[in-house]
Write a protein that binds this ligand. Structure first.
Ligand code: ASP
Length: 319
């Protein structure tokens, strides 16, 4: 139980819209920058109004899911059969309460469904039709799978099928990830926050990989891999080659290095990313530690990100 009094100087926020390798000449990406700026700014206002870190990360990820520029919710990438299969997770740092869903295509907001799993079921992880059934029973809005499908994602799937590759969402170079196509990249979205009481939370949502085999699940909904929060150490959300982030046990590895070795968040996240590379993957993460320090490391060329540090300013960067 957090008995701290409210203090606005504790507020921190970071969001991401995926990592990858921008195509040469892709330009400064003004639309992506504007979306990240807007979503970080509205989430900061929520935190200033006293919202919990959990409410803040759910809000930010919900807005990112609704933004077709990123690989989550509307605009999520499509599997081999041309269907969205969406994964999401959320965790609160004070007690590690968490919820996750995988392979859903009818629940309007995967992150909202993940939160419902956390707060309104006795379980922590649901998949596919059972997850959707739970959402229906809890009265969450449902949509047809076509609701998530955009023209750009259909074109991307066709290109991946032609090349016979499985792609991550913003990439241009397939040399480092087996079967990953040239126009792939990781457009997954995520948020981490620290509220006025110092509480931490993390949430992540994704469509996964373009042309993935139906049923494939990445790191995003795996608490302790792509999503993790513990008030004693760190809240983090990952993007990248999910298989390698799972092998690296990314979230828990960072927590363990910080808790047992006394490493700071920058060193612990960088070390875990080195592990990801060791397992043949790449990508990045956004992380906020218990003292409000922010780390945003990535080993791909770009990571779409925005953050609010101790000065309260919203900053946006891609490279
Ligand atoms: N990590 C996600 C996955 O493997 C992909 C991404 O970050 O875009 O499903």
């Amino acid at each position: 139980m957090n008995t701290a009094s409210a203090d606005f100087s504790r507020i921190r926020l970071a969001i991401h819209g995926g990592a990858g390798d921008l195509a040469p000449g892709a330009g400064p990406q003004p639309e992506h920058r504007a979306a990240l700026q807007r979503i970080a700014a509205t989430t900061k206002v929520l935190l200033m109004e006293g919202a919990s870190a959990l409410d803040a990360v759910e809000h930010a990820v919900l807005l990112l899911e609704e933004c077709p520029l990123f690989n989550a919710g509307i605009g999520g990438v499509l599997n081999r059969d041309g269907l969205p299969e969406l994964d999401a997770a959320i965790q609160r740092g004070s007690d590690r309460a968490c919820g996750a869903v995988a392979g859903v295509m009818r629940s309007q907001s995967p992150v909202r469904l993940a939160r419902a799993v956390m707060e309104r079921s006795p379980h922590v992880f649901f998949s596919g039709p059972g997850a959707e059934q739970l959402g229906r029973e809890l009265g969450l809005p449902e949509v047809e799978p076509a609701y998530f499908v955009t023209h750009e994602r259909l074109v991307q799937l066709e290109a991946a099928r032609r090349k016979g590759v499985i792609t991550l969402d913003h990439d241009t170079d397939d040399s480092r990830v087996q079967q990953v196509a040239p126009d792939a990249a990781f457009g997954t979205v995520g948020a981490v926050a620290r509220d006025v009481f110092g509480g931490l939370a993390a949430a992540t949502s994704t469509g996964g990989l373009t042309n993935k085999h139906p049923g494939r699940i990445g790191d995003t909904p795996i608490v302790g891999a792509g999503t993790f929060a513990d008030d004693r150490s760190v809240a983090l959300s990952c993007t990248g080659t999910g298989e390698s982030f799972i092998k690296a046990c990314f979230g828990h590895e960072v927590h363990a290095r910080m808790s047992y070795c006394g490493w700071d968040v920058a060193k612990a996240t960088q070390n875990a990313l080195d592990e990801v590379m060791h397992y043949g993957g790449r990508g990045g993460c956004i992380a906020i530690d218990h003292a409000g320090r922010i780390a945003l490391p990535f080993n791909s060329y770009v990571m779409y990100r925005a953050w609010v540090d101790g000065d309260g300013l919203v900053q946006v960067a891609i490279e």
